[in-house]
Design a protein around this ligand. Structure first.
Ligand code: ATP
Length: 485
């Protein structure tokens, strides 16, 4: 199905209470967004599902929550103060301004009209502020442009506290800030956003073996757009992760593993694999310390764009922090019995807002009467169940419906709705992605049952009130299919 334009999605999100321009009553401010009642639920679900999958369901990954403002030396050591540079450009023809990366200078034309672009100079996108009352350079600090560096600075403490053994990962979800030259495409490029990141540490001698690669992981299939395919202007090619490793397109088994793990996270919770590809960084894009870097890209209405980067950072960050802090960050590798500085073999880094857009674009669809149905996976959907009495004025029905509502909302986000016709109530819930609606009708009084309506096909089934809670829990968690009720 053809995706709607990004502006249409923006209007839809505002109308339904998903996302608003921040401070809209004052005209808004470019690159900043507020999440409304339903958007904040979706965002929370995305973060919770990411944390469950990457931290709670794994023995080898634990989490932290670092501060947004930290010691300025962190950003000197990481290279952000010296090298985190965007180039501001303006199109000579249509006057659109935006940012490009250093390696793109002299190569690219205006992304809007194809005109010639002109550089307006270098620009460090880190926001600054001051700690304490004196606004003097010596008190100037930065709002973090990524969450990752806190993982490196806390590395030794976390290692000791959590009694970790290599290989292991440290995860973090949190706000990041970049003073983007030209925020655009709704949430896609904002100035304040959230990242979900992992630094995965291994013994550098074990770079070539990944103990977690198994059949299930290797069979993950995706369109692959290698450096060679890009150089030769070829189309991307669909293949399994196993094939990509065998053909030496993906160089490191660890990298192949993390790419598959990340794709599976998206696919397991309803994203459409057809809209995904993985793109290898070209020589010019790659950091000097990386052997290989891949981006997971999604086919947005405004083109293929990065949603998640998976870099291999080597020992660069820990080496830099050892140098600047003059602290020993080496740890004991029990397997080899040696003290080593671990390397980061993969750094999956995903923006929450970009994931939010992926799930919205993939689920936005139209019914027979051009009505909007948001076919969100029930774990991502903001409201899990809506409970209705068929007739608002029938006290007996209302009493049962209210009781069911009170019970269900102890388990998951449930709403009660008695306004308008039943068809209107179903339509309203289809639009916000509520997977299941529960209606109490005349028959409920005699048979102690209700109807559950399935959003995606409007099918209805009768279920005993006594079984409703468990049935819904299984449906929402994907343990039961509606057809099997
Ligand atoms: P881009 O080239 O699009 O600016 P990047 O390569 O600078 O992205 P990274 O530094 O790799 O991005 O950040 C990791 C992830 O953080 C990105 O894949 C994206 O999901 C998210 N992200 C980065 N910048 C922004 C932004 N301005 N708005 C929303 N999300 C962002």
């Amino acid at each position: 199905m053809k995706k709607i334009a990004v502006d249409e999605m923006m209007n839809f999100c505002k109308r339904k209470g998903f996302v608003y321009p921040s401070g809209e009553i004052y005209g808004g401010i470019a690159g900043f967004w507020d999440f409304g009642p339903l958007g904040s639920e979706i965002k929370k679900n995305i973060k919770d599902l990411w944390w469950q999958y990457h931290v709670h369901q794994r023995e080898d990954v634990i989490g932290i929550d670092g501060s947004i403002i930290t010691h300025p030396s962190v950003w000197k050591a990481s290279g952000h103060i010296g090298n985190f540079i965007d180039i501001a450009v303006i199109c000579k023809k249509c006057k659109t301004s935006y940012k490009i990366d250093k390696h793109e200078i002299g190569k690219i034309k205006c992304e809007k009209c194809g005109g010639e672009i002109e550089s307006k100079g270098e620009f460090n996108p880190m926001f600054t502020t001051f700690v304490g009352p004196i606004k003097d350079d010596s008190f100037m600090v930065y709002l973090r442009p990524e969450t990752a560096q806190l993982i490196f600075t806390d590395f030794k403490l976390v290692y000791d506290n959590a009694r970790l053994k290599l290989p292991f990962g440290i995860a973090q979800i949190g706000k990041s800030f970049r003073n983007e030259i030209a925020p655009r495409n709704f949430l896609f490029r904002s100035r304040e956003f959230e990242q979900m990141e992992i630094e995965y540490f291994i013994n550098p001698d074990k770079k070539k073996e990944c103990p977690f690669l198994n059949k299930k992981i290797e069979e993950t299939e995706v369109s692959i757009y290698s450096e060679k395919m890009q150089e030769k202007n070829q189309a991307s090619e669909k293949m399994t992760i196993k094939e990509a490793l065998r053909k030496k397109i993906i160089l490191l088994p660890w990298h192949a593993y993390w790419l598959a793990v990340e794709l599976k996270w998206f696919f397991n919770i309803g994203a459409n694999p057809e809209n995904f590809r993985i793109r290898q960084h070209t020589k010019n894009e790659k950091s000097h310390y990386a052997t290989d870097t891949w981006d997971i890209e999604y086919s947005f209405p405004f083109g293929w764009k990065e949603i998640e980067g998976i870099a291999d950072r080597g020992t660069f960050d820990l080496t830099q922090h050892e140098k600047y802090s003059k602290k020993d960050l080496k740890i004991m590798d029990e397997k080899s019995g040696k003290k080593i500085l671990p390397m980061v073999v993969a750094e999956p880094s995903l923006g929450v807002e970009r994931a939010f857009l992926v799930f919205l674009f993939d689920s936005y669809s139209k019914g027979k009467k051009e009505n909007i149905i948001l076919k969100l996976n029930s774990q991502i959907a903001p409201v899990k169940t809506a409970v209705f009495p068929l007739v608002k004025k029938d006290n007996k029905l209302v009493k049962i419906a209210r009781k069911i509502y009170e019970e269900l909302r102890k388990e998951f986000y449930t709403i009660y709705d008695d306004s308008g016709s039943i068809g209107r109530r179903y339509a309203r819930n289809d639009e916000i992605g509520t997977p299941f609606c529960v209606t109490v009708d005349g028959e409920s009084l005699e048979k102690n049952d209700i109807t559950i309506r399935n959003r995606n096909d409007a099918e209805q089934k009768r279920v005993k009130i006594s079984e409703l809670r468990n049935v819904l829990i299984d449906l929402i968690n994907g343990k039961k299919n509606f057809e099997d009720l």
